[in-house]
Design a protein. Structure first.
Length: 65
């Protein structure tokens, strides 16, 4: 949080692209939003749920068939 507002960040791998997921970390929560639609309400995850998601992602558990 920055001055009470989410501090949105996106991966450096996105470069100048506008089709990225942005993430803001708060106290015990992680907010995510679509960089193409920043005016939409963000999705909110608990820190443990976000950690589990990242683990599953890096382990390939979310890869399609």
């Amino acid at each position: 949080m920055h001055k009470g507002k989410p501090l949105w960040r996106k991966s450096s791998l996105c470069g100048n692209e506008n089709e990225c997921v942005e993430v803001a970390v708060g106290e015990g929560t992680v907010l995510t939003r679509d960089s193409k639609k920043p005016q939409r309400a963000p999705l909110c995850f608990t820190s443990p749920a976000w950690t589990e998601f990242l683990h599953a992602l890096t382990q390939g558990e979310l890869d399609g068939p």
